[in-house]
Ligand binder design. Structure first.
Ligand code: PMP
Length: 287
């Protein structure tokens, strides 16, 4: 990324470019006590920005990192940064906290200690409307609750997801369909998954081990409002193989049809198209 693609809010002001924000002795640099959230600005709107900011503060608390701004203040700061761009900009909005001070036994951050905070705005174009994704299986899976701080969107959770993506790429696919510890479908390395079978939509029921995304929740609500049946339930890999349609949701690309799961092929389908329409109609109506 070049400086002109990035603006950073840090230490009380907006800076041009990709500035240095962390110091060598920061707990986050040392022991990975970092949390982030990811939201989108496109077509002049930042859908569910309030929920993304609120989730960042919940993630921080789960990691014993003291949130240093309220969610409302964070929304205001992001909006201040967005105003620095032309209305047709497409941006990734990434607010982040990290612990500065060590606490108990040094290994824990100090929950009352100093916290680093920045908001990184980065120009990232929206995926083209006809973008699709090909999935494969992976030997890596979601941890169980006792293995990781799963109620935080923590940077430290992502090296395992990186292994999933690398494994999928090495097999010639884009992303992996990831199992939870029980062997049921959880999500992909970067997004939530939905299937459609005989007109009924289904998505894995949150069990605390994968990220029940803000975009996922928004799509469930919008589809149900439009009269579509959406089930949250245990989903098996065989059900994905037998589905009429599969699609992903996430803040970055919103809705992306899946066209392959290993040797099974799908066409981008009508429900993904409807979901995309409903989402942008909702977002552009000033939600
Ligand atoms: N799962 C994972 C692992 C993710 O990283 C993301 C992206 N934040 C999602 C799901 C989608 O969540 P959201 O809709 O909140 O962006």
């Amino acid at each position: 990324a070049t400086g002109s693609d990035i603006r950073t809010w840090f230490d009380g002001q907006w800076h041009e470019g990709d500035i240095a924000v962390m110091r060598a002795a920061d707990h986050g640099a040392w022991l990975g006590s970092t949390v982030f959230d990811g939201a989108r600005y496109a077509h002049g709107v930042a859908p569910d920005l309030d929920l993304h900011c609120a989730r960042l503060n919940r993630s921080a608390e789960a990691m014993m990192i003291r949130p240093s701004v309220t969610a409302e203040e964070m929304v205001r700061l992001v909006q201040e940064g967005l105003a620095l761009y032309p209305a047709d900009a497409a941006l990734y909005i990434r607010p982040m906290y990290w612990a500065i001070d060590a606490g108990a036994g040094a290994i824990a951050p100090d929950p009352q200690g100093a916290t680093g905070f920045c908001i990184c705005l980065e120009a990232v174009p929206l995926a083209p409307e006809d973008a699709t994704v090909r999935l494969t299986t992976t030997r890596f899976h979601r941890p169980v609750l006792a293995d990781a701080v799963l109620d935080a969107k923590a940077g430290a959770l992502y090296p395992n997801n990186a292994r999933m993506i690398m494994e999928a790429r090495s097999k010639g696919f884009d992303n992996a369909l990831v199992a939870d510890a029980m062997g049921n479908v959880a999500e992909t390395a970067t997004a939530n998954v939905f299937i459609v079978k005989d007109g009924v939509v289904a998505t894995p029921i949150p069990n605390g081990t994968f990220l029940a995304g803000i975009t996922r929740n928004r799509h469930i609500a919008l589809l149900r409002q439009a009269g579509v049946t959406v089930e949250e339930r245990v989903l098996t890999f065989d059900e994905v193989r037998a589905a009429d349609e599969v699609f992903l949701t996430g803040n970055m690309s919103k809705v992306t049809p899946v066209t392959a799961f290993d040797e099974v092929q799908y066409q981008p389908g009508p429900v993904a198209a409807q979901a995309r329409r409903l989402y942008w109609d909702w977002a552009l109506s000033g939600a």
